[in-house]
Structures are given as C-alpha cells and as structure tokens.
Design a protein around this ligand. Structure first.
Ligand SMILES: [Ca+2]
Ligand SMILES: [Ca+2]
Length: 312
C-alpha cells in the first residue's frame, strides 16, 4: 500500500500534457580544429585530457601514430564494466592498455589486434573506481600517419549499454490485471501487446547523440518521457495498467509526444539528461502513455524502463 502511495504521488506530479521540447544543454564539444583530427572525441592525446566514457555505443573513432587516444572508464562499486572494442583495420603496431591511473599499474594489455575484443573490468570494492584506457599505435615501428578505426561499446553490469528493467512480461512482477506484455516490454495495452522504450547511440552530440524512441504504443495517443534518479536497485510497482519503475530519486519530465499511426514516438535530438541531472548520476527512463481502451480500465500504461548513466 505504501508503495502504491509513492507511485501515486509520483504520477500525480507528472501531468500528461504536450510540452515544448526541453532546450539542449551545452554539450562537451571538443574543438575539432585540434590537430590531428581523427574523430569527434579528439583532443585526448594525453592522460590528463582523457575523455570520460559512460555506457553507450561510440562508433567511428580512430587513432593515428603519435596521437594516442585516452579514455577514462568509471566502474561503480561491486560492478563489472564491459568494454567491447571493435577494431576495423589490422595493424601490427596497434595496442590497447588499461591502467588504474595515468602512470599506474598495467591491468590489461593487448596488441596485434583486429575484430571485436572484449574487456571486463571488475570492481569488487565498495567504492567506485576509475581506469585509464589507452589505444595507440607504436610510432617506434611505424609512423605513416594512417588511421586505425575502431568502435567502442561501454556497458555497466551487463553486456548491453542500456539495460531494460521493470519489464511487464511477468519476470519481475505481475501486471495489474494479469495483462502481461511480450518479453522485455511493458504490460500489454489495448493493442494486445506491450510497448517498448529503446535507447541507442551515445550521449555525446559529437557522435550523433542518444536515440530515444518508444515503439509499439497505441497509435496517436500522448506519451510522456520521464526519468527518475536511481540509487541502488529499482523498485517495480504495478500501477495503472502497467509497471512503474521507482528508482528512489527525483522525477523529471522530458516532454510528451503523440505516437504516430504506427505507435512510435521519438525524443531523439531533444532529450538531454545532463540538463536536469548531476554528471555521472544513474537514472531510469520510462514512457507513460494514455490508453483509454486499456485492459485494466485505468486509462494509461507504461513502457518498460531503461537504465543509463548521465554523461560526466
Ligand atoms: Ca582518436
Ligand atoms: Ca588521438
């Protein structure tokens, strides 16, 4: 009952109205005039200039001889960070290494690489940890200036960048009137299936930004994107026709959209968590949508939720 009251208070604070999209915040743009320009995250040639990576997909990166790429990786307490490096071209002098600090102990090193290389960084301690990640070409062997292209996938606690949680498929809780949705979606709505919130890409505008889209909604109905701060484990609460994901932190609205005729609604290009959240904060995203003909008769339902960490 107490949970229900919390949920009710949360939902009352979210009015399902159409908003003007939130203004884009100032992004951490790297000056593209810096030389050499290898990719949009360039300017990370030295350890103090390391680029902070949060979970997401970073495509189209590259490094050249004499201009290594440094990244800082954040691993929460008692978590494992999964780093998947897709190296596009083979080179005899391409090396990746991970250290615990700039000149610290070498934790991981591999060279002569191509294809997809998984790295797991486990932090068994009760405190968050940082690691320095360096990708470089050894100029001692070759300094032809050519680029090695690579992509990074960063994921926390699982091997997907933006894990689903608070699903309405019966695996974590029941739906309010037994209206279980399909796997990894919200509870079933008037269309006979659950809706899904999908995140893709990275939070950095330089790399195309984050893709935020709800699919399989009831067509032409208002849908509101909101986020909640997540401290510890999320609590899933059956609420209205669906499941509400409660993370223990403040709730922020990010604007409503009308789902199109196919039941899709997009916040891509308008959603920027960093305008309303603390850097590095962990949040859950979810979409609440109107569904007058819904199976439980409450008039609204939810997608499943998605977890992400706000960019530093
Ligand atoms: Ca680079
Ligand atoms: Ca570089």
């Amino acid at each position: 009952m107490e949970c229900k009251n919390i949920a009710l208070a949360l939902v009352i604070s979210l009015a399902l109205t159409i908003d003007v999209p939130a203004q884009q915040g100032s992004s951490q743009l790297i000056d593209p005039s810096q030389d050499p320009v290898e990719d949009p995250l360039e300017g990370n040639h030295s350890c103090p200039e390391a680029f902070d990576l949060v979970p997401g997909l970073y495509e189209g990166l590259s490094t050249t001889s004499g201009a290594p790429d440094y990244y800082r990786l954040f691993v929460p307490a008692e978590q494992t960070l999964h780093v998947l490096v897709n190296i596009r071209e083979w080179s005899h002098d391409f090396t990746m290494e991970v250290r615990d600090e700039c000149d610290g102990e070498l934790i991981f090193e591999q060279t002569y690489l191509v294809g997809t290389i998984p790295i797991e960084l486990e932090n068994a301690s009760l405190d968050p940890a940082h690691y320095m990640f360096r990708l470089f070409r050894d100029t001692g062997q070759l300094s032809d200036g050519s680029r090695i292209g690579y992509d990074l996938l960063i994921a926390e606690g699982s091997n997907v960048a933006y894990p689903y949680l608070c699903v309405g498929d019966g695996s974590v809780t029941n739906c309010p009137c037994g209206n279980l949705g399909d796997a990894q979606r919200g509870c079933s709505h008037s269309g006979g299936h659950g809706a899904r919130l999908v995140l893709g890409g990275s939070q950095f505008d330089e790399l195309g930004g984050l893709m935020v889209e709800a699919i399989a909604l009831p067509p032409q109905t208002p849908a509101l994107l909101f986020t909640g701060g997540l401290s510890g484990e999320a609590i899933v609460l059956p609420f209205n026709d669906g499941t509400l994901c409660f993370g223990g932190g403040s709730v922020v609205r990010h604007g409503a959209r009308f789902a199109d005729a196919l039941g899709s609604a997009s916040w891509t290009g308008d959603f920027d968590a960093s305008t309303s959240r603390d850097p590095g904060e962990q949040i859950v995203l979810q979409v609440w949508f109107r569904d007058p003909e819904g199976p439980c008769g409450t008039g609204s339902n939810f997608t499943q939720a998605v977890r992400m960490r706000v960019k530093p």
